[in-house]
Design a protein around this ligand. Structure first.
Ligand code: ZN
Ligand code: ZN
Length: 342
């Protein structure tokens, strides 16, 4: 089968033929139809410090996908050949403290497809049945991006949204999803900021009541002014940029909540007293998707028609054009970039 492989401990990716996997006990074989490309894949292609410390090439990369079940391993029940599915890409241990207390999204033994084992940028992938989710009518191009969309659902829905003012900091694909989710979940005002006008336009399409160009406007002043002088009830920080993080803490109201998803490259010095403690705010770190609460919520929002992520998908490429897909992400102008595999 054709696959995108990280072959060597060096920059670059290779499109090549590799053996088709066979499903082991408790696994299914999935023919991949669509796959999402994201920043993680860019880090792997560029072979940055994180990738050097984490990956053991050679391996097939890619962790966001949806496709059709084409084979069942020994002992699999409850799933059948022909079903359209996606999967949680974090394979967890099931026995650590976190797993046993309903928090397997922070399992300390997590193995990620396309990072720690073979991934989804291929014609076929095998997955443990525990991680497989049926799409129940959701198209595979949407199913393929349920991993990053799930990050947005996790970020937004772990705060109290109905009747709230919500400020989304950073309008990359996950920020744009978060805008639409906040609207769908009953936020009364959704404000979004970014430095890129194309991304702000996408956030507007996803339902932002107001967008702020952080390169030109006073972000904090605008948010405070738009929220009756209080600041936003909920702030979702999706960028990881140091300046934006300070804006997030400055723009949240006293007693509000800051959801942190964006990953800063370096240390970010904070004035804990003034930015967090004296404001009495709650800060929540978002990693992965709650297993499987987030997935069930997401499927209901999608099948119920309250939320449609498709405006965020701006680019589609065949598997062989992974370099073009990465270039689109690198440009900074793209929404979600996906691969059409079958
Ligand atoms: Zn991703
Ligand atoms: Zn665990």
């Amino acid at each position: 089968m054709q696959a995108i492989v990280k072959e060597k401990r060096a920059p670059g990716l290779t499109v090549k033929s590799v053996p088709k996997p066979t499903p082991g006990p408790g696994e299914v074989l999935i023919a991949v139809r669509h796959a999402g490309v994201c920043g993680t894949d860019l880090h792997i292609a560029d072979w940055d410090e994180w990738a050097q410390g984490r990956l053991k090439p050679p391996l097939v990369i890619g962790h966001e996908f949806a496709g059709e079940i084409q084979g069942l391993g020994e002992g699999v029940s409850g799933l059948r050949v022909g079903q359209l599915v996606t999967a949680e890409g974090h394979i967890v241990c099931g026995h650590c403290l976190q797993c046993r207390t309903g928090n397997s999204h922070i399992c300390k033994n997590t193995r990620i497809i396309g990072v720690d084992r073979d991934g989804a940028f291929a014609e076929y992938i095998t997955m443990p049945t525990s991680n497989v989710l049926t799409l129940s009518g959701i198209p595979t191009e949407v199913g393929a991006i349920m991993d990053p969309m799930g990050n947005a659902f996790h970020t937004v829905l772990t705060a109290e949204i109905p009747g709230s003012t919500v400020f989304i900091v950073g309008c990359g694909p996950i920020g744009c999803f978060a805008v639409g989710i906040a609207r769908a979940a009953g936020a009364t005002k959704v404000i979004a900021s970014d430095v890129n006008p194309k991304r702000l336009a996408l956030a507007e399409r996803m339902g932002a009541h107001l967008t702020i160009n952080a390169a030109q406007e006073d972000v904090v002043k605008t948010v405070v002014g738009e929220t009756g002088g209080e600041g936003a009830d909920v702030v979702c920080e999706m960028s990881g940029a140091a300046a934006a993080l300070h804006q997030a803490f400055a723009a949240v109201r006293m007693g509000g909540r800051v959801q942190l998803l964006g990953i800063p490259k370096d240390d970010v010095p904070l004035n804990l007293a003034n930015e967090i403690i004296f404001k009495g705010i709650t800060v929540y770190g978002v990693i992965g998707r709650k297993m499987y609460e987030t997935w069930h919520q997401m499927r209901r929002f999608l099948s119920g028609g309250q939320f449609d992520p498709r405006p965020v998908i701006t680019h589609k490429f065949p598997l062989a054009q992974i370099d073009d897909a990465l270039a689109a992400i690198r440009s900074g102008d793209a929404g979600k970039v996906i691969l059409e595999i079958a």
